[in-house]
Write a protein that binds this ligand. Structure first.
Ligand SMILES: Cc1ncc(COP(=O)(O)O)c(C=O)c1O
Length: 452
């Protein structure tokens, strides 16, 4: 235990006394010298930091905010990690290859080669990263230079914008818009205006970021939509950064299409995946990027100078988990197929709960989020006491306090100039155990009954 020693106290006091002048003048310049670099803007808290804090503060009965399951991943996945922790091979507890643990990159090559129609070189065409987050970071920082333009489709996973700006790039936004805003609406109804999209491409355009299946809308981009994007990339010599972390969560009859597998796209596409999303272990924070060696080299440089290498036991466990699934790939038990089956029932349940309680949800074709229009509830909830600038922040906070159900405000997924497009929605995550979805129904019903 720490014990205060008088002698030390005296020494500190006298040093402080002697240096008072220097200390004061140093402090007064501190604020100027040690401010956050401008490339990080005003340094606002991300929606994740803020809403995780809210969970601790409001203690909502159900948290349908952040995207992670509240139940166990497949047993073989956690067992692999437990086995590794007590393995007789001491090297499994030490640094591994910086660009990806050999057993993991080999299995990723086995998984993706047939899916992109090309034999992947595990050592030069795959990089293992600290979550898909770091794969995005390495891809953006490894390619975007001062003044380069990057096309971002709104709503977008919020870190894209700050990563582009911190690389010196200029994000150019284009919003997916619903074809109609009343009646039954699915994620396929949210579309891009092709003319507007092509008008954003010019000689300064370095990259476009595509996220399919999409967070938060659950949109699964169609062959035709991806072809439009691919043709523009080819015409204007632009890179495509394809964020596919929800690749295994696609609901029949929709199919996930990898833009890297489309004609003439391999050489200009970096695809991002996530072990956290794939195996329901988001806390393992391991992801990857794959693409042609000449592009991957740029990601490797960022990675080696920032992260250098990812946790060995986790990578080994993911490698073993992939082997397990690859061995039963064509069976209905394979987790890559069974996960979507399991989620479909949860999606339909939550869609109904939301509809029954006055929301208008967009039915997602993929992913595990539902974006729901809450504006019909506007007359039942008094948002005037909530200080936030955007209505969806006010709604989600007040609703969490009154109904006990926490959702995420989608305006966080829009650029400053388009935040109004997200304000009438709330994002609910449905990869939650059935009893929590049942509890959501109960809480929403009680809330609705109270409001009349
Ligand atoms: C679209 C999208 N990309 C990337 C990520 C980050 O994934 P990871 O947890 O593997 O870093 C997420 C996480 O929610 C996401 O929704």
């Amino acid at each position: 235990m720490f014990r205060w020693r008088p002698a030390a106290k005296c020494a500190i006091r006298s040093a402080h006394h002697i240096n008072t002048k220097r200390v004061i003048s140093f402090s007064s310049t501190m604020t100027d010298k040690f401010t956050l670099p401008a490339r990080y803007g005003a340094g606002e808290k991300s929606v994740w930091i803020e809403y995780i804090q809210l969970v601790a503060e409001y203690k909502p009965a159900v948290n349908l905010g952040q995207g992670f399951p509240d139940y166990f991943p497949p047993e073989h996945v956690t067992k692999a990690l437990a086995d590794i922790a007590t393995s007789e091979n001491p090297l499994l507890q030490q640094y591994t290859r910086g660009f990806g643990h050999p057993r993991l990159v080999q299995n990723l090559a086995k998984l993706y080669s047939p899916l992109v129609g090309k034999q992947l070189d595990p050592l030069n065409e795959i990089l293992v990263t600290n979550g898909a987050y770091e794969a995005l970071f390495s891809a953006i920082l490894g390619h975007v230079d001062n003044g380069d333009e990057v096309i971002v489709i709104e709503p977008f996973f919020d870190c894209y914008e700050i990563m582009i700006k911190s690389a010196g790039g200029v994000p150019k936004f284009i919003a997916l818009k619903p074809k109609s805003s009343s009646g039954v609406i699915t994620s396929a109804d949210w579309v891009l205006d092709e003319k507007e999209l092509s008008s954003l491409f010019n000689e300064r355009t370095k990259m476009i970021i595509v996220n399919t299946p999409h967070n938060p809308l659950g949109k699964v981009f169609t062959q035709q939509e991806l072809e439009t994007i691919a043709n523009l990339c080819i015409k204007h010599n632009v890179l495509c950064l394809s964020d596919e972390v929800y690749e295994w969560m696609v609901y029949e009859p929709k199919k996930h299409i990898r833009i890297a597998s489309m004609p003439n796209m391999w050489d200009r596409t970096i695809t991002v995946g996530s072990a956290g999303k794939t195996f329901s272990v988001t806390g393992w924070k391991t992801g990857w990027a794959y693409g042609p060696a000449q592009l991957m080299r740029n990601l490797q440089v960022v990675h080696q100078n920032c992260v250098y290498t990812c946790a060995t036991p986790i990578q080994e466990a993911i490698a073993r988990s992939l082997e397990f699934e690859l061995a039963r790939y064509d069976t209905p038990e394979c987790f890559f197929t069974s996960l979507a089956r399991e989620l479909l029932a949860k999606r339909d349940y939550l869609v109904k709960v939301l509809r029954d309680n006055g929301f208008n949800p967009t039915v997602p074709d993929g992913g595990y989020f539902i974006v729901a229009d809450w504006t019909k509830l506007g007359n039942k909830i008094d948002l005037s006491g909530e200080p936030d600038k955007y209505k969806d922040y006010r709604f989600t906070k007040k609703f969490a306090k009154e109904a006990g159900v926490l959702a995420i405000p989608p305006s966080a997924f829009y650029s400053e100039q388009h935040k109004h497009l997200g304000e009438k929605f709330a994002r609910f995550c449905f990869i939650k155990k059935d009893e929590n979805l049942v509890l959501t129904e109960k809480l929403m019903k009680e809330w609705s009954a109270k409001k009349g």
